[in-house]
Write a protein that binds this ligand. Structure first.
Ligand code: DC
Length: 231
């Protein structure tokens, strides 16, 4: 048995990163951190203060407010994972709307936002024993992570997954607008100047378009075991 390690999981939206990350963290007794939730919560704050909308973004106002934005995670025993709180309020559901998804790439391209969140993520992972998912975890947040995974799946597969999720929650969305959001976010996330989404050189790529959840978990867990000698 080796000591605790850091597992970084990056990839495009709706590639099932968080499902795998949560399952791995549970199996290993590690902390799971969803960094997308942190960018979404800052976006929600910016929306609530009218700093951002589809055709406007007051970057300076948001940057000035960053010290007033407090993000914390609290473990929900029933759900089996930590939910995100924005200034003390649970916003886990509110950050998953299409409206937030449509604005989050703008907000997350801002370097001051990234600097604040990357710092907080590094503090959360300083003692290892963490599974973190996002876009820049293996490249920027933990370039020395022992295990780096890069998840991919076709845009159509990912849009189908997100569509089912939102419809199940009762959101009135169309498949076409979800697909459009997936494609637009891929483009914005991978072409932004600061920390674009790219596969770290030493990351292992997993295309899960045709993999079931159990199959995928077994494959990744076997990989983690072989790479880290966890028994
Ligand atoms: O994983 P997600 O779809 O919930 O992430 C929401 C957005 O946040 C995504 O479009 C890009 C941004 N993001 C980021 O820039 N860096 C991260 N580490 C995580 C997410």
């Amino acid at each position: 048995m080796v000591g605790k390690i850091t597992i970084a999981i990056d990839g495009f939206s709706s590639t099932g990163k968080s499902t795998i990350a949560k399952a791995l963290a549970k199996k290993l007794g590690y902390i799971y951190v969803d960094t997308g939730a942190m960018y979404r919560a800052v976006t929600l704050y910016a929306m609530n203060h009218n700093f951002v909308s589809l055709d406007n973004f007051d970057r300076e106002a948001l940057v000035r407010s960053l010290p007033s934005i407090s993000l914390t995670f609290k473990f929900n025993v029933d759900k089996g994972f930590a939910e995100i709180y924005l200034n003390g309020v649970n916003v886990e559901n509110e950050i998953r709307t299409l409206e937030v998804s449509q604005l989050v790439s703008k907000v997350s391209a801002n370097s001051s936002v990234r600097k604040k969140l990357v710092f907080e993520q590094q503090v959360m992972g300083k003692d290892k024993g963490i599974v973190m998912d996002g876009r820049d975890i293996g490249t920027v947040v933990f370039p020395d992570a022992e295990i780096k995974l890069f998840m991919t799946a076709s845009p159509d597969t990912r849009a189908q997954r997100r569509y089912k999720e939102l419809i199940t929650k009762g959101d009135a969305v169309s498949y076409e607008e979800i697909l459009q959001n997936v494609v637009e976010r891929d483009h914005l996330d991978s072409t932004r100047k600061d920390s674009p989404l790219i596969k770290a050189e030493d990351a292992i790529e997993i295309d899960n378009s045709d993999l079931g959840l159990n199959e995928q978990f077994d494959k990744i867990y076997a990989l983690v075991k072989s790479l880290s000698s966890i028994n």
